[in-house]
Design a protein around this ligand. Sequence first.
Ligand code: PLP
Length: 263
Amino acid sequence: MKTALTIAGFDPTGGAGVQQDLKVFHHFGVYGLSVLSAMTAQNTFEIRDIKAIDKKFLEEQLFTILSDIRPDALKTGMLFSKDAVRVVINVVKGYDLQNLVIDPVTISTTGTGLIENGALDLIMNELFPLAKVITPNIYEASILSGVRVEDEEGMQRAAEVLKKTGAETIIITGGHFKDTAEQIEAKSETLDLLYDGKDFKYYRDVKMDGEYHGTGCAFSAAITAFLAMGGSVPEAVERTKKFISISIKNAHDFGKGMRLLNI
Ligand code: PLP
């Protein structure tokens, strides 16, 4: 059985962060390992507090597990602090870890910042060059690239800028596109873009109404699972999109806010 490691935050709803990642790994038959980088007090409509795991303990978690098991792929989610980003950079380099997927988490759908000032720059400048795949959404792609991503052309320009960081493959997820008049007429769609430095490949899907928690986490976790199994990135994206669509269609509404993916 293949293994995948997630380095991410704790979310009591289980709809995002490490628990979501573990559910996704399990769904695809990959054994999940997890290391906690931050904790949140949150429900389906708000995040009330965040605590970073201290640097020494984050290091200890990683050194301990990695001195025993070498994951076939790994992903990062809510790293939150600059210290955590530095630890991950050192560990990925020190253990020469392959198949790194980076979800550059910035802000929750409910509007809470999930990263400390300066940590995103560090992720972009020093962690992206080590990545097999990065999965910013259009909001994150805009901040990171400095290109305002509002349409397909903007998506492509942002992908080109992000490719220069050294990341092998860029996937910009457009599930959060604001509907343009054209999209509304065309029944509204989500658009994801894959760029490997040569070709732009678009993936289109029908956009589902409503707010869903943890779609970015589930997306990057599924890509990580496919990489652990030795799959190619384009095939991974194809299958991940189908998986996310089904999880959204069957989502739970246990809480008062966002729906939780059914995985
Ligand atoms: N909590 C944790 C631990 C996360 O990792 C994330 C996103 O990555 C969120 C909350 C926010 O998720 P969403 O914006 O999908 O609600």
